[in-house]
Structure formats: structure tokens, C-alpha cells
Design a protein around this ligand. Structure first.
Ligand code: BGC
Length: 266
């Protein structure tokens, strides 16, 4: 298995893409830290699925799995981020892969965005990624090891998304963070890449999924004609986390069914 002997931390992995990534990395043999902020039951579900993959027990009967471990932390807080990474290392002895997945979005016209909503989005989506990555890199330097960083960005690191300006600013920032760090971290043997999903069937899109008119219009813009699934994103993350991707850094990979480049004159 490609990730045997590796330990991965996936932020925001109690649901959605994060949960899908944890399962894919676990299938490839990695030990996984499952992080959650407000859904402990989701984190337990992820853990039970990991245990089931490991063949250790049947789901619902496995509160603990030696391949997975859950930790509560708010990625908007640098103090909690540092504790999260310290506890991950204390539990599994090392960290090799960081998947910065936790992210939030808030819908509002630009002129109505509150400072609290702006801060919430930027703190989790950009400040959290910055300091989680910094803490992870400090660990790799201290232990003289290489590692892999994968950021879950969005098509909206390129594509405008009206009424989500703070979200777009955070993902645009993530794009430049990755380009910069590819250069700074390359000499240390650490790679960093972005995986940029389009519309994926996850809880962040609950409103959209329940609005047939909006959903229908969006599907018309997706050349592959369907929403993505967490597994579509997770497969690429698993590749980037493996030694097959040792020479890949500083790049964004879109997983969007063709959505980004689909401009058409009607
Ligand atoms: C957003 C979703 C949106 C999708 C496609 C994602 O980054 O989180 O709300 O549906 O992009 O626009």
C-alpha cells in the first residue's frame, strides 16, 4: 500500500470532502487524524469507517481504531491548531501528510458582509491553513524529515462567485500561499499543492442541493453532467500524498467536471 507507515492529519474531516479524504488515505495504508470542530458524531462516524477499512471490527462497534484518532479543534484559532498538531504527533509519533481541508463559506451581498462573517471565513480558510502549515513544517524541520501538504481550495481560487467575496479572497490567497511555499519549502523536500473542487455533493452545498432550479442551472454548466462526490476529490489527494507525486509542487489541480473552463455563448 502506497501510504503504509505514513501519518496524515486531515482538518475538518467529520463530513464531506474531509471524510472522503480520510477514508482514501486510510485505504492506502496511512494512519489518520480526524479533526472536527462541532460534529463529534461525524468524527466518530469517520473513525468507525476507518476501522471498518482496517478490518478491525464492524461499524458502530468500534469506538477506537489503531489506524485512526479523533481530535477536536477550531481551525480559526492558532492556539487550537498548535494543540491539534502536537496531540497528533504525541498520539502517532510523527506526521508526514497535512491535508488542509477545513473551510467555510457565508452567503451575503458584498455591502451586507459583517466583520464577524468576514473574520470567520478568513480565519478558518486562510489564517488556519497558514498556521497549520507553519506548525507542520516546524515539526518536519525539527525531525529532519520531508512531507506533503495538500490544500483543499476551490474553483473559486480562479473563478468569481458573487455574494461569496470573502470566500473567494480566502481561496485566492490560498493559491498564492501554495506558489510561495513551493519555493520556500522545496529545498526541504516538502511539497505543497492545491486540489480545487467544483460543485461536490457535500453538506457545504445543502442549500443548493435543495433548490432544484439552482441545481439544474449549475448542472448545465458542468460538462460531465453531474456533481462531484467526495471520492472524486480524495483520489487525487491520495496521489499527491504518495511518493508517485514526489516531483509535483506549487500547482493547483481542478476536480470540477469541466466547470471552470465552460464559458459558452448561448
Ligand atoms: C463552493 C460551493 C459551490 C462550488 C461551485 C465550492 O467552492 O463551496 O458552494 O457550489 O464551489 O461553485
Amino acid at each position: 500500500m502506497k501510504l503504509e507507515g505514513k501519518v496524515a492529519l486531515v482538518t475538518g474531516s467529520s463530513q464531506g470532502i474531509g471524510q472522503g479524504v480520510v477514508l482514501r488515505l486510510a485505504q492506502a495504508g496511512a494512519k489518520v487524524v480526524i479533526n472536527y470542530r462541532s460534529h463529534p458524531e461525524g468524527a466518530e462516524e469517520t473513525l468507525a469507517k476507518v476501522a471498518a477499512i482496517g478490518g478491525q471490527c464492524h461499524m458502530a462497534q468500534c469506538p477506537n481504531s489503531s489506524q485512526g484518532y479523533t481530535i477536536k479543534a477550531d481551525l480559526g484559532s492558532v492556539t487550537e491548531i498548535r494543540q491539534l498538531i502536537e496531540e497528533s504527533i504525541a498520539h502517532f509519533g510523527q506526521l508526514d501528510i497535512l491535508v488542509n481541508n477545513a473551510g467555510i463559506e457565508k452567503h451575503a451581498a458584498f455591502w451586507d458582509v459583517t466583520e464577524a462573517d468576514y473574520d470567520a471565513v478568513m480565519n478558518v480558510n486562510l489564517k488556519g491553513v497558514f498556521f497549520a502549515t507553519q506548525t507542520f513544517v516546524q515539526h518536519l524541520i525539527a525531525t529532519q524529515r520531508t512531507g506533503k501538504i495538500i490544500n483543499i481550495s476551490s474553483v473559486h481560487e480562479e473563478l468569481p462567485f458573487p455574494n461569496f467575496t470573502a470566500y473567494c479572497a480566502s481561496k485566492g490567497g490560498m493559491k498564492m500561499l501554495t506558489r510561495n511555499l513551493a519555493i520556500e519549502l522545496g529545498p526541504l523536500g516538502i511539497t505543497i499543492n492545491n486540489v480545487a473542487p467544483g460543485a461536490i455533493e457535500t453538506p457545504i452545498n445543502t442549500k443548493l442541493l435543495n433548490d432544484p432550479a439552482k441545481l439544474g442551472a449549475l448542472l448545465k454548466n458542468i460538462p460531465l453532467g453531474r456533481l462531484g462526490q467526495p471520492g472524486d476529490v480524495a483520489a487525487l489527494v491520495a496521489f499527491l500524498a504518495s511518493s508517485d507525486a514526489d516531483y509535483v509542487t506549487g500547482t493547483t489541480f481542478f476536480v470540477d467536471g469541466g466547470l471552470l473552463w465552460n464559458y459558452q455563448e448561448q
